[in-house]
Ligand binder design. Sequence first.
Ligand SMILES: [Zn+2]
Length: 437
Amino acid sequence: MAFLFPACQKDGLPGPAAQSVEGAATNQNLLELRSDEEPTPTILGGPRANPYTAAVMAQAWNNLYGENYAYDSLKTVLTDDEGCWRIDHVEAGKAYMWVKFKGPRASLRGFVGNTVQIWRLFVDIVDFAGQMGGGTYNNISIAYNRWVNQGSAAHRYWSAATVNNGIHEFFDEAAADGINTPFLHNDKPLDVFLAGNRGDGFALMPHAMGPVRVATVVAGGLEIGDLLFGGVNIPGWQLAALSYALFPDLMIGCNPNPRESDELRETVYHECAHASHFGQVGPDYWMALVLAEIAAGGWGDANSLDAGRIAVCESWAEYIGDSYNHRRYGGNTSVLPVGTTWEIELEQTRNDVPGHVPIGLHLDLIDPAVGIEPFLACEDSAPASCGPILDNVTGFTNAQLFSVLDENTATPEDYRVRIINELLGNPVQINGLFNSY
Ligand SMILES: [Zn+2]
């Protein structure tokens, strides 16, 4: 943790010239936080680009009047999308600051060790950012740098900052696309659990599903400890006694090492795409999806129970994850060989396994038609079988495709028919493309 002094040029402030002086009889004091972006993928050693698009919560606490009054002077403010914040307040003496990863869109918790007390599963992630012992408090910058040791504080805060930023980016991209932003039950922030010991994720959405549906998926085999909380070693009876309301909406796995920022964002965007899709399909559809994935032990294959629903939901989330990552990173990615974009990665992907989860399909409905794709598209799984994609389709938008991904689209076949009938796709072209998958 280092305190730096760049200019956070907000509110017309001149940066370093804006200041407060200890003990000065002014009626305004300025504190600003600007968080540098986490390093771009280290494999390329790319430049630092943008500041956080974070809405982390920052707190300043001064003890001008002594400890007895300190709590009264606790100030809480949200940062803006550039990580800047400001508190107008007269103060002198020491100040203390925390960064809390909680805002109106998401609250982040978790990142506990393998063996913990159960209460640690439910605490918001907060970083004590330091004590400022007087002097000028303005233009404070906090950077969460790349971590080295799994489970360390650096791992926790870098991951929390990256996940936080990714969630905010998703909201902005989804709004720009005209698709749903992640569903917020009763306008409460998404409850996000970060796991420091795994790399997968899920979007259970228990708050919006409600207690009866969640009880149904628990009875269907949902593993509360292993699946929901990252395999923590807590007695099963304690976990079984938890209210459904304590289950997280999203789980984001922040391991393994190295987990570059684009790789972690792919998971964040994927799970946010599920949370967005949830609002379009509703809780009964989602319960069926969860039950199907429990029964399949994941995405399953073409013969799994309700395989079509898994195929629709996971291919869409994977497509959004890759394509939003492409918007975010362009050619500066950790995908090998150097220069490979997430969009190229997507174009080279056909299904997850043969005939199941058509990951590459959605982009092929949108991108320029090229006849036969310039890339052979392959299954994600090994051994990958590859083949050309017959893509004469172009011009659909995310908003159009999303509009037919409601509760009545439970299989890729439903999707195909609705694209032809409701979005007026050319039947020959649409069928040719779908048959390539
Ligand atoms: Zn998924």
